[in-house]
Design a protein around this ligand. Sequence first.
Ligand SMILES: *Cc1c(COP(=O)(O)O)cnc(C)c1O
Length: 387
Amino acid sequence: MTIRVPFVDLKLQHQPIQAQLQQAIQLVLEQGDFILGEALSGFEAAFAAASGAEYGIGVASGTDAIALGLQACHIGAGDEVILPVNTFVATLIGVLHAGAKPIFVDCDPQTALIDLEAAAKAITPQTKAIIPVHLYGQMVSPRDLLDFADTYKLLIFEDAAQAHLAERDGYRAGSVGIAAAFSFYPSKNLGAFGDGGMLVTGDPDVAQKMLRLRNYGASQKYVHIESGTNSRLDTLQAAVLHQKLPYLPQWNSDRLRIAQQYDIELATLRSAGIIPMENQSGTGHVYHLYVIKVDDSCLRERQQIQEQLTAAGIQTGIHYPIPCHLQPAFTNLGYQQGDFPQAEKLAKQILSLPMYPGLSNSQIQEVVVAINKSCCAFNLLPREVVQ
Ligand SMILES: *Cc1c(COP(=O)(O)O)cnc(C)c1O
């Protein structure tokens, strides 16, 4: 099977800047400072500034940015942390590794973002923080979040793993809460040549504690004032990421162009029950993923549409097929099927279409034509709509 439209294409992103990436890697090889090297602090400062934050602390992954970041914010044992149930499992794992108790809430079916009304109902005297996940590249409204946090006296800890440089209500992802976690997993909007992550914060105490936690709890060499771990962003990865950072705005705007093109081309398929997830933040959405949902009435057809796209050489994904509360590893949290009806339904409706900088208009058209064809095949559309 030849792939006509891949889900992501990282080569396309790296080829035009290959020489400068190799040069940056070469420099680290020559300097030999592979751990906590010069290129790391340079990138930390640049990425924090780009995200509207004072401090950046590079770690081994986005998961560690959440787990250690929560601890750096003094969130842990005895604290409850509210998070959306429809997130990548790493958000949950981060909360658990910090020692806090995860409290799931449902989502808004139009955007798939956390439902703040549901969150308000989940608050108890133990609630310490809320983790808004800026899912698919769209921020949870900072205005609503800040109102919420102010009303209930909670900390905001952003999961911005899918939202590098996203904006909404005049805020950047990373500048809303006490701290924010980013991931540099290769396919994220800003990706390393392996795993990586960063905590950004405006709070100097949180930054200092985070610096210790990622480095065995050391306040200075061989003096350990708390029990930390080994989780640092490699100097090599930081060097690569720093070279890529200046291109991130143009890559994000290319993602926006692609999303707008999908929106236009998919408009005629609304009557067939194909509905793009809502963009409520205009040009501030950075479209880590472009997600459509099939109407309630065609849940069975989602799989068939996906299979037909695969057969046509078009790769798609589902983000995410099983909400966190139904994952086998976490039944001990005490949740059950039916607890989060919106997220459970959405998991059966959603489909992520190919999305990456450089995806061409003709490829977009190919994807939409293939969706259109399968809608007709499954009688979601009358034949005459076929172009
Ligand atoms: C990718 C991702 C993470 C985890 O990042 P890793 O670098 O893979 O550990 C956390 N939360 C969300 C929403 C993500 O998409």
